[in-house]
Design a protein around this ligand. Structure first.
Ligand code: DHB
Ligand code: FE
Length: 280
């Protein structure tokens, strides 16, 4: 059977992709951001996941305002990096896992969550920057990836509770797939940041730290945080953190925190990163 062995949370700042693509990772500004991923690079080389179920949000790259699915699962054989205005990032094509993706779609929809099925989609920095942070610059990504896009861009985004419960449904789905696969689930975005309006530049380290603490120990409570608290405390883009709750909901109650990294600033955000090993 397929098993979810670990969860990874990480920010997905576009400028991080730019720093990698322009070989600027060693500068005084960027070095401390990238150092926090060294543990994870070594760890994942040993873990060798077969598939990453990668929860992220599209930033109006694949979906325009004409169509905005709340939850969308990528069932295609492959996905190209999106052109976000400066050409496609020079990163490998993302190879999908259609058999598992279709199985998850069927199972999760029948557990009463509506998913949009995507057979063609370009993937933006929300997906490619986490891959670059954790796998570096390989010729091909070392495993297959199921892109899972969540609407946190256009009001109304889904609640934290719904995301957390969706994570549980995804875990049920993966664990009923009849192939021996090592599956990881990643949640991307955050942490606190606001990139628009009068509070642009807002960062809330205390709130972010409490969120990371509770993610390991007290995740059930995190699911009750209302939207208004994300907006007030973490800025308009902090709502991206509900995607970490899908990741956490897909893990067991008991997890082991293997690694944590938190650094301010990267572009307009606090960069946060956590690695949680599933305990059985
Ligand atoms: C920034 C961060 C994001 O998560 C994002 O999607 C876009 C921009 C930023 O810090 O500039
Ligand atoms: Fe984002």
């Amino acid at each position: 059977m397929a098993r979810i062995t670990a969860g990874v949370g990480t920010s997905h700042v576009p400028l991080i992709g730019r720093a990698i693509d322009t070989k600027a990772t060693d500068t005084d500004y960027w070095k401390p951001v990238f150092e926090g991923y060294e543990f994870t690079k070594k760890w994942i080389a040993e873990e060798q996941p077969d598939v990453i179920f990668l929860v992220y949000n599209d930033h109006a790259s694949a979906f325009s305002l004409e169509m905005v699915p709340t939850f969308a699962i990528g069932c295609a054989e492959e996905f190209q990096p999106a052109d976000e205005g400066f050409g496609r990032r020079p990163v490998p094509t993302v190879k999908g896992a259609p058999d598992l993706a279709w199985h998850v779609a069927q199972s999760v929809i029948q557990q009463d969550f509506d998913l949009t099925i995507i057979n063609q989609m370009d993937v933006d920095h929300g997906l490619t920057v986490p891959l670059s942070l954790i796998f570096g610059e390989p010729d091909a990504w070392p495993c297959r990836i199921i892109p899972f896009a969540v609407n946190v861009v256009v009001y109304p985004p889904p609640s934290g509770r719904r995301c957390y419960n969706l994570g549980k449904a995804i875990a049920n789905a993966v664990e009923s797939f009849d192939e021996d696969l090592n599956v990881q689930i990643w949640g991307t975005g955050g942490m606190s940041h606001q990139i628009q309006g009068p509070r642009s530049g807002l960062i809330n380290k205390d709130w972010d730290t409490a969120f990371l603490n509770r993610l390991s120990d007290n995740a059930e409570d995190l699911a009750d945080i209302p939207h208004i608290e994300y907006v007030r405390e973490t800025g308009s883009e902090g709502i991206e953190m509900v995607m970490w709750l899908i990741m956490r909901g897909a893990l067991n109650t008991q997890v082991k925190e293997l690694h944590r990294h938190y650094h301010i600033p990267a572009s307009n955000t606090a960069v946060g990163h956590i690695v949680l090993e599933n305990q059985f």
